[in-house]
Design a protein around this ligand. Structure first.
Ligand code: TMP
Length: 292
């Protein structure tokens, strides 16, 4: 029973088993059935080792599959389970591939950074890391915006403004893109956002304030491990009380991380630009942040 934050996922794939479990719960009138029963009967039952003993949770049906993650419902309506994949895409899905081990790294790096941000006063959706690829998060209604924060010119900004990649910007740039794959996530400004109702002006002010604060915190934090934070993308959501909280991920998929000394890319640009070495780069980020 030493699961230590590991999940035991039973391999039985008979729906009958689920029905039996539900029926047993109903008949007995209790929510928690003895563990031994679940070991032999349960389907997708998670045994979560906590300080106070083993907790049981149901990993229920898949709600959504994105480019890099799958989201599942749980038996707690306010909590979802995110499962990180190794699949990689670029150019709004035009390039597809795999970065071996990426799911594990993005899950663990995101959780590490979200825990750190929470400690510094940024509310996030993070609840609990369950395994190398699986994390419990608060259910939110995603604000349909990608918030991009830039310290140094790179990528689409360097191209659009004719700046050499690596040019330090005189002040931090904040950009918003409307999350819509069919439209190619077009860039929008505050007026568009209010006009289409993607967020209220008050919500957008909160999002902008949090984004700037997150930039300050992350920039300092990463500098200590020899990483320069060039730019990154954030997503926010509304929790059950309508409060804006940080959601999604913060990982080498969604940030440009450059080695402070060599300016070597330690992020998804290696994949986007067919430069190679992405597996090693992702591992290096995890090593620097988590020491492993
Ligand atoms: P860009 O220079 O391509 O606009 O990207 C800016 C930053 O935002 C970069 O760190 C990568 C990240 N990003 C995403 O995470 N997802 C996206 O869909 C896009 C366009 C950028």
């Amino acid at each position: 029973w030493d699961f230590h934050k590991k999940i035991l996922t039973e391999q039985f794939s008979l729906s009958m088993i689920e029905e039996e479990t539900a029926g047993a719960k109903r008949r007995s009138g209790i929510q928690e059935v003895p563990c031994a029963f679940f070991v032999f009967r349960a389907f997708r039952t998670l045994y979560i080792q906590t300080e106070r003993g083993t907790r049981i949770m149901e990993k229920m049906e898949q709600l959504y599959e994105g480019k890099a993650k799958k989201v599942f419902r749980t038996d707690n309506p306010d909590v979802y389970l995110v499962d990180y994949k190794d699949d990689a895409t670029a150019g709004n899905g035009a390039k597809k591939g795999t970065i071996r081990g990426k799911g594990v790294i993005n899950n663990r790096v995101t959780n590490h950074l979200m825990r750190m941000l929470e400690e510094k006063g940024i509310p996030t959706h993070y609840v609990e890391e369950l395994s190398d690829r699986e994390t419990l998060v608060k259910r939110v209604a995603i604000v349909p915006l990608e918030v991009i924060v830039r310290n140094v010119a790179a990528g689409s900004l360097a191209k659009r403004l004719g700046l050499e990649e690596g040019t330090k910007l005189k002040s931090t740039v904040l950009e918003y893109c409307y999350k819509d794959d069919a439209l190619g996530d077009p860039m929008v400004n505050e007026y568009h956002i209010a006009a289409i109702g993607a967020a209220t002006p008050e919500e957008l002010k909160t999002i902008a304030d949090y984004s700037m604060k997150i930039n300050d915190i992350l920039t300092e934090y990463l500098k200590d491990v020899g990483i320069e934070l060039i730019d990154f993308k954030l997503e926010f959501g509304r929790d059950k009380d309508g409060k804006i909280i940080l959601a999604d991920e913060i990982s080498p998929d969604t940030c440009r991380f450059w080695d402070v000394k060599t300016h070597a890319h330690l992020d998804k640009d290696l994949f986007r630009r067919d430069l190679g070495g992405e597996e090693e780069a992702y591992k290096e980020v995890m090593k620097r942040l988590l020491g492993e």
